[in-house]
Design a protein around this ligand. Structure first.
Ligand code: AMP
Length: 205
């Protein structure tokens, strides 16, 4: 049986980067609500389009997100779940539809998150992530085509972090109270974080 891994952390904590490595190393599905929603940003739902929430830094309504996750987990054997659950009602829904083997939490200070997110740049062709200061693109052609995510502007970043504190921190506490949560220092280099992530999965899954 392939592992069921949940990765928690604030926006900018490194969930995407670590999840991609987990998916590759353990041959599991990378299930990420953020990417799924971005791919369907302008889809009309009875609650409006995902874009109308995402561009403001607000949460997309639970029924829309829960359905995405249910469909994705139905198809996956093992998975790493990234960007979900973001509130307690999503956590309850998740509990009804699946079991988890490992819950990781990437811990990063808030000002560092703002710095990471506002400097983050994306290669639209490969999906690779860069940072204006920490990890600039070396290749000029790549550097020229980099874009900023629409919700990575400072104003929206502050709102996303406020929403995170209000809605998602209780989720972190919930798994912590259950004794299921493994806290990892997310301010280390990506390779050092990866080492801790891998050690944790190997000793828990
Ligand atoms: P992310 O790429 O994970 O930072 O997600 C980008 C945006 O997608 C968030 O700011 C929300 O608007 C939306 N989103 C992603 N995951 C969820 C979720 N589990 N619940 C509600 N909204 C979500």
């Amino acid at each position: 049986m392939e592992p069921h891994i949940l990765i928690l952390g604030a926006p900018g904590a490194g969930k995407g980067t670590q999840s991609r490595r987990i998916a590759e190393e353990y041959d599991v599905e990378h299930v990420t609500t953020g990417d799924a929603l971005r791919a369907n940003k302008h889809m009309e739902t009875e609650h409006g389009t995902p874009a109308s929430y995402m561009d403001e830094g607000e949460l997309v309504p639970d029924p829309v997100v829960n359905e995405i996750v249910r469909a994705a987990l139905d198809e996956a054997d093992g998975y790493v779940l990234d960007g979900y659950p973001r509130n307690l009602s999503q956590a309850e829904y998740l509990h009804e539809i699946t079991d988890l083997d490992v819950v990781l939490y990437l811990d990063v200070d808030e000002e560092e998150l703002v710095h990471r997110l506002t400097g983050r740049r994306l290669d639209p062709e490969t999906g690779d992530i860069y940072h204006v200061e920490y990890d600039p693109a070396e290749d000029e052609e790549v550097a020229e085509r980099l874009v900023q995510r629409e919700d990575d502007t400072e104003e929206t970043v502050r709102e996303r972090l406020r929403v995170y504190r209000e809605n998602t921190e209780p989720v972190v506490e919930f798994y912590d109270d259950e004794g299921a949560l493994v806290r990892i220092d997310g301010e280390q280099s990506p390779d050092e974080v990866w080492k801790d992530v891998r050690d944790t999965i190997d000793s828990n899954a």
